[in-house]
Design a protein around this ligand. Structure first.
Ligand code: 13P
Ligand code: SF4
Length: 332
């Protein structure tokens, strides 16, 4: 049986009142799902805010690695996800590819003891666990600069996974030398060696899009997420994480024209006037869009019936080392 949006909302609100559940939604979620979130934010904000929450259940609307992070940081909570959607970038690196990246550096003469791995939070728990075991840590796009600055103090080579764009953009911003595994450059000459992963949504924005908007709206500000290609970030007026982009736009003159290079649902919600999506192709994240209002209702119903759908449970050893890598980030 299918329900109208209003009927679903009513049912969701009844179950939310009845159950000890907090609905958590990432900024990239569909509008109607985002609207039922008790806690909303970017990946870092969500990880922090859910740690302070007292409900028995966290119903997490986002992608898999985010739900896993909540479970690891708050193991006493039961974490359920309406859709077990896996971020395409997180899927780009598995355990064997991580081990091969270490091997590539070893073969270039860099001992494992001299490698400090840093993983973007957009990676699965088994990868975070490997990073934690090697003395490394997690970062998000909001704190990547701070994490890399701290890591540099150890005097080791940084292996940055999985996003080559974030790794290179932060490296460029800090005046560090970076390369991508497989690009033929010698890792010994580099400060940061990046794995060759990327976000397909953020690759949709091009230099031609920037040229088009600058010509059409002289004086426009171009704002992009650091998952965009470094060539694009170099031409932007502002590069920032999701929450930094939101702040930039909130503080901008309402008459200022702005084109934003990040996920569609977020940009569309930001500001009705003078704000454009920096792409002719709608930059929707397919996995973030998988979760529907009906999924939220069905998941709440499953909790009410005592058989929660899609509960996140991790292997204890993976959870232990993932926590080590996440705690190192949280401590900073
Ligand atoms: P934030 O860390 O900015 O929430 O980004 C997560 C993400 O998936 C960006 O594509
Ligand atoms: Fe992953 Fe890109 Fe979607 Fe973010 S926008 S969740 S990095 S696929």
């Amino acid at each position: 049986m299918s329900y109208t949006q209003d009927e679903l909302l009513e049912k969701i609100n009844v179950l939310k009142k009845k159950l000890s559940v907090t609905v958590v939604a990432h900024f990239y979620q569909r509008d109607e799902v985002f609207a039922v979130g008790d806690i909303t934010g970017d990946s870092l904000e969500l990880a922090k805010k859910t740690m302070q929450d007292n409900s028995d259940y966290i119903l997490f609307c986002g992608v898999g690695f985010m739900g896993e992070s909540v479970k690891v940081l708050s193991p006493e909570k039961r974490v359920v996800m309406p859709k077990l959607a896996c971020c395409a970038m997180a899927r780009m690196i598995d355990g064997m590819q991580f081990d091969n990246s270490i091997k590539f550096m070893n073969e270039a003469g860099i001992d494992s003891d001299n490698i400090l791995p840093i993983t973007y939070i957009n990676s699965n728990a088994d990868i975070k666990a490997k990073v934690g075991k090697m003395g490394g840590m997690v970062c998000t796009s909001s704190n990547a600069k701070k994490i890399i600055s701290t890591a540099m103090k150890e005097g080791k080579k940084i292996l940055f996974i999985p996003d080559r764009c974030l790794g290179q953009n932060i490296g460029n911003e800090m005046g560090l030398k970076s390369s991508i595994i497989g690009d033929g450059q010698n890792p010994n000459d580099m400060d940061i060696i990046c794995y060759d992963g990327f976000c397909s949504v953020h690759q949709l924005f091009t230099l031609d899009d920037i040229k088009f908007y600058r010509k059409k709206y002289p004086g426009i500000k171009i704002v992009v997420h650091p998952e965009c290609d470094p060539s694009l970030c170099a031409k932007a007026d502002f590069v920032g994480s999701t929450s930094q982009i939101i702040k930039y736009i909130a503080e901008a003159d309402p008459e200022q024209t702005i084109a934003v290079g990040t996920e569609f649902n977020l940009v569309n919600r930001l500001r009705p006037k003078n704000t454009y999506v920096l792409s002719s192709t709608k930059p929707e994240c397919p996995t973030m869009n998988e979760t529907t209002l009906e999924d939220v209702y069905l998941t709440l119903k499953s909790i009410d019936e005592g058989e929660p759908l899609n509960e996140i449970n991790l292997d204890p050893e993976i959870a232990k080392w993932t926590k080590v890598a996440l705690d190192r980030m949280m401590a900073l």
